[in-house]
Design a protein around this ligand. Structure first.
Ligand SMILES: Cc1cc2nc3c(=O)[nH]c(=O)nc-3n(C[C@H](O)[C@H](O)[C@H](O)COP(=O)(O)OP(=O)(O)OC[C@H]3O[C@@H](n4cnc5c(N)ncnc54)[C@H](O)[C@@H]3O)c2cc1C
Length: 401
C-alpha cells in the first residue's frame, strides 16, 4: 500500500510518524508531500512578528527526520487531487495513492473584507510565516513613529487567539519603551464577548479579559463586523470608524485552492467534510486532519465566529486518522474521540493556561489560570515540541490510548 500525506505540519507529521509505527516498513510505503520544506511551529509566529524569534529558531528541515523513520519526503506544491483516480499532481510529478491524508491547513480568505492584508491590502496578519515576517518589519517601523492602532479579527475568523496574543505582546513592548501613551489601541472582535474564542468561552475568562484590557486602557468592541481596512483606518459595518496607523486583523480562513477545486472533495469554503473517524464522507480511502477539515461553529452568533482548529486538536485528529487507516489496512477496531483543547496564551508579562474537555460545551472539565509560570511553560514547550517532533516522538503523555 502507498499512503500519501499532503502537508508537513502538525497534522501531516503526526499522521506520518504514527502510521510508520503502526504499519510495517517493508510492506507499506508512506510519502509526505509538502510545499514548505521545513516544519514550522506556527504558534510561535507572534514571537516572530514581535522580533523575539526568527523563523529558523522555530523550525527544522523535514527531510532527515522523515527519511530516518523510513518515510519518503517530496518537497513540492500539490496542484491537483483526483479523488476518483487516486492521483495527486504536484508542480513536479504525479503520484498514485492507495490512501490519502490531506493536512494542508488553510489559506487566508482575504477577499472577505476589503483591505485585509498584508499582500492583498494595507492590513497586517500573522497567519503564515511570510505574513509574520511582514508584520515584524512594519511593526519595527511603526514603533519608530507610533500612532493609533487597531488589532482584532474579521467576521468569520476562527483563529482569534493570536489577535489577543499580539495585543498583549504589543502592549507589553510599548510599556517597556514608555510608548503606551502614544498608541491608543482599539480591539475589535466578532466574538459576542471577550474570550469566546469560537467555542463559547472558558469559565470566567470573559470577566478576566475585560479587566485586563480595561487595565491597559484598550478600548474593545465585541460583535464587531470589520467592513474595510484602509491605510489609516478600520471601519465597521455599523458605521464606526477607528483611526489606525497599524491594523492587524486576522482574516477568516478557507481551504487551499487545489483542495477547494478538486471534484467532490471539499465544501464551498474548501474545507473537507469527514466522519468521526476523520475519513472523507464520500471517499473511503481519503482522510483529512487539522485546519483542512470542515467543522461547524459551536453556535449561531450575530457576527459569525468559526470553530478554531488548534495545533493540539490537529494532533488528536491525526492520531485518530492514523489509527483508522492502519485498521482499514490491517484490520482492527476503528477509533473516534471527542476533541479537547489545551492552550497557553502569551499575555506579555505573564501567560494564561486554558483547558477544556471536550472543547464543545457542555463540558466535563474547564480550567483557566494565569501567571508568569505559564509564560515560562509556553517558552519551554515550543522548544520541547521541536525537539521531540524532530525525533518522530508524537506520543503525548496526555493522549495515549
Ligand atoms: C499565529 C498563530 C498562532 C497559533 N497559536 C496556537 C497555539 O498557541 N496553540 C495551538 O494549539 N494552536 C495554535 N495555532 C493553530 C495551529 O498553528 C494550527 O492548528 C496548526 O498549524 C494546524 O496544523 P495543520 O497541519 O492542519 O496545518 P498547517 O500548520 O497550516 O500546515 C499546512 C501544511 O500543508 C502544506 N501545504 C499547504 N499547501 C500545500 C500544497 N499546495 N502542496 C503541498 N503542501 C501544502 C504546508 O507546507 C504545511 O506543511 C495558531 C495558529 C496561528 C496562525
Amino acid at each position: 500500500m502507498h499512503i500519501i500525506i499532503i502537508g508537513g505540519s502538525f497534522g501531516g507529521l503526526t499522521t506520518a510518524f504514527d502510521l510508520r509505527r503502526l504499519l510495517p516498513r517493508g510492506k507499506h510505503e508512506i510519502t509526505v508531500i509538502s510545499k514548505e520544506r521545513r516544519f514550522i511551529f506556527i504558534p510561535s509566529l507572534p514571537w516572530v512578528a514581535m522580533g523575539s524569534k526568527t523563523l529558523d529558531d522555530i523550525s527544522f528541515d523535514l527531510e532527515k527526520p522523515l527519511n530516518t523513520k523510513g518515510i519518503n519526503f517530496v518537497n513540492a506544491a500539490v496542484t491537483g487531487i483526483d479523488a476518483q483516480k487516486h492521483k495527486v499532481t504536484t508542480d513536479g510529478e504525479t503520484y498514485a495513492f492507495d490512501y490519502l491524508v490531506i493536512a494542508t491547513g488553510h489559506r487566508s480568505a482575504n477577499e472577505a473584507v476589503p483591505g485585509l492584508g498584508p499582500f492583498d491590502g494595507p492590513g497586517h496578519s500573522l497567519m503564515s510565516p511570510p505574513e509574520a515576517m511582514e508584520a515584524r518589519e512594519t511593526l519595527a517601523a511603526f514603533l519608530a513613529d507610533p500612532g493609533p492602532m487597531v488589532i482584532g479579527c474579521a467576521p468569520g475568523a476562527s483563529c482569534v487567539g493570536p489577535a489577543y496574543e499580539f495585543l498583549f505582546e504589543v502592549h507589553h513592548a510599548l510599556k517597556r519603551r514608555s510608548l503606551a501613551h502614544k498608541v491608543p489601541i482599539t480591539f475589535v472582535t466578532p466574538e459576542p464577548f471577550l474570550g469566546h474564542f469560537g467555542v463559547g468561552g472558558f469559565g470566567k475568562i470573559r470577566q478576566y479579559l475585560e479587566g485586563e484590557l480595561e487595565e491597559r486602557d484598550v478600548r474593545y468592541h465585541t460583535s464587531a463586523a470589520v467592513s474595510k481596512i484602509t491605510d489609516n483606518s478600520v471601519e465597521l459595518v455599523d458605521g464606526k470608524v477607528f483611526a489606525s496607523q497599524y491594523s492587524l486583523i486576522i482574516p477568516p480562513l478557507a481551504g487551499i485552492k487545489p483542495v477547494a477545486k478538486a471534484k467532490c472533495l471539499a465544501n464551498p469554503k474548501g474545507f473537507i467534510p469527514v466522519d468521526a473517524n476523520y475519513r472523507h464522507q464520500d471517499f473511503d480511502n481519503i482522510y483529512a486532519v487539522g485546519v483542512a477539515v470542515a467543522m461547524p461553529p459551536v453556535e449561531e452568533l450575530p457576527v459569525p465566529v468559526n470553530f478554531p482548529k488548534t495545533g493540539h486538536m490537529t494532533e488528536q485528529m491525526a492520531k485518530i486518522a492514523a489509527r483508522n487507516i492502519a485498521a482499514d489496512i490491517q484490520g482492527g477496531e476503528k477509533v473516534s474521540h471527542e476533541l479537547m483543547v489545551e492552550c497557553i496564551m502569551d499575555m506579555g508579562d505573564k501567560g494564561a493556561h486554558i483547558f477544556a474537555d471536550p472543547v464543545r460545551p457542555p463540558r466535563n472539565k474547564t480550567a483557566f489560570s494565569t501567571g508568569r509560570r505559564w509564560l515560562m511553560a509556553k517558552r519551554f514547550f515550543s522548544n520541547y515540541y521541536l525537539w521531540k517532533m524532530k525525533r518522530g516522538a508524537t506520543r503525548s503523555p496526555k493522549w495515549v490510548w
